[in-house]
Design a protein around this ligand. Structure first.
Ligand SMILES: [Zn+2]
Length: 407
């Protein structure tokens, strides 16, 4: 085995200690040692560079693109085209130093496996397959014409997420796990980018959400719940979900409940970057545009409330609601709405690993951890131009960015 040493970089290690200069040696895909003057076979010169753990996006949709919100255009395209385009979504994400993603619906077991076997370059992925939604809820693709939106096309490995009643939702959890889901995604409130539901209203009854969490727990996994309105958040927290996604209209009571139950928040502030553009885009369904018009950025207040209350936060972006490749706006948004840069970067590394149950393998630069490392020009805690300052990305001890041309 050859040992690689990252020499002289300023390290943000994710453990809570202040960034300091040191060498990091890796071997056989793992971090071996951190210190001064380490021995190695190959050197990576990190003088003047920052070194951070591989970043996480705990809420992305790797299977679709921002352009896909033009549903009419999608309807004219071959079904399989979307699959080939996923390769670019993966690369755009990896290029940012994001080496681990929790996919919040749309990625199936085949996409995950294509990355694992090396067919596609991309971050490692935990998949949720499809989002559980009540009839008429956020993931019901039925349109008033009686046809289904392209977002509702089922295929082997991608069952519909629509389900109702305690028995129905339990069976649906089992179906998603059968299809390979690592985590169960549900919508316990309405959403913005769907035609017939109100983001402020709860979706699913308390009994249904309870049954979802219980069934997932029996099968060894947990639940991430899309929730904008306060009642939808509270219902999910009461039921014991692992994380609240978005949390847009978080109130004081919900925040207290989340602190008490140690429920994670994944704020997805980046999604709001396109609210105005989507509201003005005539290719978007009128009912959706209406919901986005004059919405503003209520998620920034929720983030501030979460920061003040001490809720556990992990970074997630909801890309491609804002295009893939803009994910690191999330660091700047978190740092502008309640978090210090340290806390924001922690949310994108150690905290995210904990949310995903990967804290023993990833999230920090410590001996024994997987060697996921990002080399960037300058100070790791200054987020200006972070995207363009990322020079190298390493995943499992192999350099994956800059991309090498296929053989
Ligand atoms: Zn989402």
């Amino acid at each position: 085995m050859s040992r690689t040493v990252f020499r002289g970089g300023r390290i943000f290690d994710g453990t809570g200690s202040a960034p300091a200069e040191a060498d990091v040696s890796i071997d056989d895909g793992r971090i071996v040692e951190i210190g001064r003057g380490l021995d190695g076979d190959v050197d990576v010169d990190c003088e003047g560079k920052g070194l951070v753990p591989g970043l996480f996006d705990c809420h992305a949709h790797l299977a679709s693109r921002y352009e896909d919100f033009d549903e009419y255009a999608r309807m004219q395209e071959p079904f399989s085209l979307a699959f080939f385009r996923m390769a670019e979504n993966l690369r755009a994400t990896l290029a940012l130093g994001i080496t681990t993603v929790r996919d919040a619906a749309g990625a199936d077991a085949g996409l995950k496996m294509a990355v694992e076997e090396g067919t596609l370059a991309g971050p490692r992925i935990q998949i949720s397959v499809n989002m559980l939604s009540m009839t008429g809820g956020h993931n019901d693709a039925w349109l008033p014409s009686g046809v289904f939106s392209v977002f509702g096309v089922e295929y082997p490995g991608m069952p519909s997420g629509v389900c109702d009643g305690v028995d129905g939702v339990s069976a649906k959890v089992r179906e998603m796990i059968r299809a390979g889901a690592d985590v169960i995604k549900i919508a316990s409130s309405g959403g913005f980018l769907s035609p017939a539901d109100d983001p402020r209203e709860p979706n699913f009854s308390q009994e249904e959400v309870d049954a979802i969490v219980r069934t997932a727990s029996d099968l060894g996994t947990w639940v991430m719940s899309h929730a904008h309105g306060a009642e939808g958040i509270k219902r999910a927290v009461r039921a014991g979900v692992r994380s609240i996604e978005h949390g847009t209209f978080l109130d004081e009571e919900a925040a207290e409940m989340m602190v008490e139950r140690r429920t994670w928040l994944v704020p997805t502030l980046t999604a709001g970057d396109t609210t105005e553009a989507l509201a003005d885009d005539t290719r978007i369904q009128p009912a959706v545009r209406e919901k986005l018009r004059d919405l503003g950025r209520p998620e920034f207040s929720a983030m501030q409330l979460a920061a003040d209350a001490g809720i556990n936060v992990a970074m997630g972006t909801d890309c491609p609601v804002a295009p893939h490749g803009t994910n690191l706006n999330e660091l700047r948004h978190m740092a502008a709405h309640g978090f210090t840069p340290e806390r924001a970067l922690h949310a994108a590394t150690a905290s995210a690993a904990e949310l995903m149950g990967l804290q023993d393998e990833l999230g920090t630069i410590e001996p024994g951890k997987r060697a996921d490392l990002v080399v960037l020009d300058g100070d790791p805690l200054v987020f200006d131009d972070y995207e363009t300052r990322i020079e190298q990305v390493w995943k499992d001890g192999a350099r994956v960015v800059p991309f090498t041309a296929p053989a």
